[in-house]
Design a protein around this ligand. Structure first.
Ligand code: ADP
Length: 402
């Protein structure tokens, strides 16, 4: 196979992240990566850096909207300095109830994904916008969608079926699970070392945890939307449905319109809750650790809710897996926050999860369990973009054979 430049696009509410990999037989080299950040402000950031980390572009343009931001990316990639992509892979949080396979993007597929906005209301409108723009600005280049739900398709029905009336199950209200590209990349990196019973905790701004048997997902914490599961930066995670009803009833007096009330509930549960809501300070773990060091009790409570919830999920997934061979931490907090890992593992020693404090304190240590720990504890970075490149290369190959 000749060398194929593949563009990976991952868009968020105020940023578009991208990277270009060169893929050839079994080899994947990241040529460069970049981001446009601060969309909606008059002083954003646009940068591209090469594989050695050297900045090739470093600008602070006005970014009034997403169109201007993506045009900047397209113009830079068309400028002739970089190899033009032969294929584009898009990270997509949810494909709704019917789109479960990674596949080539057509305008019909985009319309279908857009019709499922309710399944990931914060992510889908942005992702479908970028897909339409990518088809327009890179004419003739095949685009592929890579779903965060894809890794979770192997869950048994008892894991994904929600305890709700059937009329809602029938229209796709179920557990889908997210962060799938991260989980897939952990199994990929473990390769032959993937144990039979594995739990991965992806702890970033969004946080989730997944039970994996023989390399396949059998249960995960996030549900219909990424708001479910573990408490995270600004999201409640799983919560007594009575809380939402309580809030809704209070709102009903002021907001008679149901759609407006739903939007406000979304803000309550997804944007103002979690670490931010409890601390009243920030959703960012580094900021919370600083506040804890200064004796802030709200920050301490928020982080304790976070670590305690994760320990509870680890225990429950051990019950689902019938024990545990390996626990992996990943994501910004999982990789970097030594104190969170220590707090999560503190109560788990009786379950065979024994951390080695010195290894845990060593930056970059891959194995952080004690030598006599029945469960191996590891820290592994997520390689989501690489997984997207792998899917794109596989789908391109399938396409050329048909
Ligand atoms: P996202 O879910 O947006 O991809 P990340 O995986 O980048 O987020 O994780 C962001 C979180 O990781 C933030 O809460 C941030 O404070 C935390 N984090 C990043 N680096 C560190 C660090 N060195 N120590 C503690 N927390 C960190």
């Amino acid at each position: 196979m000749s060398s194929l430049p593949v563009l990976v696009l991952n868009s968020g509410s105020s940023s578009i992240k991208f990277s270009v990999y060169e893929a050839s037989d079994g080899r994947r080299n990241r040529l460069f990566e970049g981001a446009v950040d601060g969309i909606g402000t008059d002083r954003g950031a646009f940068w591209i850096k090469d594989a050695s980390g050297q900045k090739l572009i470093d600008q602070s343009p006005a970014l009034p909207n997403r169109a201007v931001a993506f045009q900047l990316v397209a113009d830079a990639l068309h400028a002739g300095q970089y190899p033009l992509p032969v294929a584009i892979g898009h990270r997509m949080v949810s494909g709704g109830p019917t789109i479960q396979q990674n596949q080539r993007i057509t305008s019909e597929l985009i319309d279908e994904m857009e019709s499922y906005t309710a399944f990931a209301p914060l992510h889908t409108p942005i992702a479908v916008y970028i897909m339409r723009e990518a088809l327009r600005l890179f004419p003739g280049v095949p685009n592929f969608v890579c779903l965060d739900t894809y890794f979770h398709r192997t869950m048994p029905e008892e894991a994904w079926h929600m305890p709700i009336p059937d009329e809602y199950s029938a229209i796709g209200v179920r557990r889908y699970g997210y962060h799938g590209l991260s989980y897939e990349s952990i199994v990929y990196q473990l390769g032959a070392e993937t144990p039979s019973r594995l739990i991965v905790a992806h702890l970033g701004n969004g946080a989730s945890i997944t039970a994996i048997r023989d390399g396949k997902c059998i249960d995960t914490s996030m549900g219909l939307t990424p708001t479910g599961g573990i408490i995270s930066g600004t999201r409640t995670g799983d919560i007594d449905p009575g809380v939402l009803l309580f809030v809704l009833r209070r709102m009903a007096a002021e907001i008679p319109n149901t759609a407006d009330a739903a939007d406000k509930l979304e803000v309550f549960a997804s944007k103002k809750a979690g670490l931010l809501g409890v601390s009243g300070l920030t959703n960012d773990m580094r900021g919370l650790r600083d506040a804890i060091a200064q004796g802030n009790p709200r920050a301490r409570l928020a982080v304790t809710l976070f670590t305690r919830t994760i320990a509870k999920w680890i225990g429950s997934f051990m019950a689902v897996l019938g024990g545990l061979d390996m626990l992996v931490f990943t994501g910004g907090i999982g990789e970097n926050d030594i104190a969170s890992r220590a707090e999560i593992c503190a109560g788990l020693a009786p379950l065979g999860i024994v951390l080695d404090p010195a290894r845990n304190n060593t930056r970059g240590a891959a194995v952080i369990s004690a030598a006599n720990s029945p469960v191996i504890i590891r820290v592994i970075p997520p390689l989501e973009d690489l997984m997207i490149v792998n899917h794109v290369v596989r789908l391109l190959g399938e396409q050329s054979r048909t």
